[in-house]
Design a protein around this ligand. Structure first.
Ligand SMILES: Cc1ncc(COP(=O)(O)O)c(C=O)c1O
Length: 407
């Protein structure tokens, strides 16, 4: 009989959000009269900006006319969107990223998960803990780790993010080849300073390593001193790939559009030690396995860069950040220590007890769903993540219920 990829059997039994959904479904079936408020999974709640909706309508009309109909587009994305990204997200911040270094995709989850394919199986990994689970699980599937022992996969160099380092891991003394960094961070909401990012770029250059920099939440940065892109750091073009998404910037979680930057100057070596451009490899991967993002969706993403789009997306992120402030101050008033929320839509709360136990307590006593920190890694134990993605009314009601439950 045909055999499976055994690496899948190393994965922890289920995906964190599936576990949460199972417990919530069990609770709501047992208590249909007690509606729950979900501040767990990081999905947005507010509708698409009007500028994006108008662009979607206009592009759909174009698709309905012979003269303007579009079939397959370029796998890398339409030039109109790549040029806007290059200009607005990079040139405007003093970073040099050419339009043809930008690969438009249908999501950062896929890009973060797929990128590991272009690296050798014996690549040494450095991955933060706690972490967005996709980075770890996709490497487990690819056979880059040993089994999971006591909550950690053998073969990964874990970068502990704890209260003692402000949830920003310092560069390790051991070498690694592929480093995953995510700032503003999911789940901790922490941001990295310019000096911290400079240390990581210097580490990568010293070790001839590659940084995979996930900045899916950069639109939430309000502190003017915090870099939005790894390419704001000198020398990063030679050592870093960056992932960005319209999901949390413009409410595109259900619309699907993101992009990945692979600078043409970024090299890795082949088995003979000869340099190979990662840009060429990623281009080969995408043209073979991906057929591009739909034309109307790319037009909707382009609308983010119009004056109206910029105004409306800023209002969206401001709205969620105001929710985050309410959550932070309510947690502070309950005597709980928090990180995040200032430049990120997540609040990372030190609950001083088992994180699943706290999850169950909030569900049972307050009918509020949070995310148990242990689901993001060993260092997440003792914490929960509360997401600011919800209506103001739901956030306020959830906070009142939490306060009553914990008092
Ligand atoms: C850190 C991080 N990266 C990437 C993603 C995925 O984004 P997308 O919706 O573009 O797939 C998420 C979504 O929650 C995320 O938290």
């Amino acid at each position: 009989m045909i055999r499976i990829n055994e690496n899948y059997t190393k994965l922890k039994a289920s995906y964190l959000f599936a576990d949460i959904a199972r417990r919530v479904t069990a609770y709501t079936s047992a208590h249909p009269d007690r509606p729950v408020i979900r501040l767990g999974i990081g999905d947005v709640t507010e509708p698409l900006p009007a500028a994006c909706v108008a662009a979607l309508h206009a592009a759909t009309d174009e698709m309905g006319q012979r003269a303007t109909f579009k079939g397959y587009g370029p796998e890398q994305g339409y030039a109109f969107l790549r040029e806007l990204v290059s200009q607005h997200d990079y040139a405007a911040r003093g970073c040099k990223v050419e339009p043809d270094e930008i690969f438009i995709s249908d999501g950062s989850k896929c890009d973060c998960g797929n990128i590991q394919e272009i690296f050798a199986t014996d690549t040494r990994l450095a991955i933060p803990d706690p972490v967005y689970p996709v980075y770890v699980d996709t490497n487990v599937m690819a056979g880059r780790t040993g089994p999971n022992v006591d909550g950690r996969y053998q073969g990964i160099l874990y970068l502990d993010s704890t209260a003692s380092n402000g949830y920003v891991p310092a560069v390790p003394s051991a070498p690694a080849d592929l480093i995953y960094l995510c700032f503003p961070n999911n789940p901790t909401g922490a941001v990295a300073t310019r000096a911290q990012l400079e240390a990581w770029v210097a580490y990568a250059r010293r070790n001839k390593a590659v940084i995979l920099f996930d900045s899916a939440y950069e639109a939430y940065i309000r502190d003017p001193d915090i870099p939005h892109s790894i390419y704001e750091i000198e020398g990063a073009r030679d050592v870093a790939i960056e992932f960005r998404s319209f999901s949390k910037t413009a409410g595109f979680t259900g619309t699907r559009c993101a992009y990945t930057v692979v600078p043409k100057t970024l090299m890795a070596s082949d088995a003979a030690g000869q340099p190979v451009a990662l840009h060429a490899l990623w281009n080969r991967r995408q043209t073979t396995k991906f057929n591009g993002v739909s034309y109307p969706v790319q037009r909707a993403a382009a609308a983010v860069y119009t004056d109206a789009g910029q105004h409306q997306t800023r209002a969206l992120t401001d709205f969620y950040l105001a929710n985050a402030q309410l959550i932070r101050s309510a947690m502070g008033a309950l005597g709980l220590k928090c990180a995040g929320g200032d430049n990120a839509p997540y609040i990372w709360i030190d609950v001083g007890r088992d994180s699943w136990e706290f999850f169950d307590l909030l569900l049972d006593k307050a009918q509020v769903v949070c995310t148990p920190g242990a689901g993001f890694g060993k260092c997440g134990e003792g914490h929960v993540r509360i997401s600011a993605f919800n209506s103001r009314e739901n956030v306020q009601r959830a906070l009142e219920r939490i306060a009553a439950a914990l008092r």
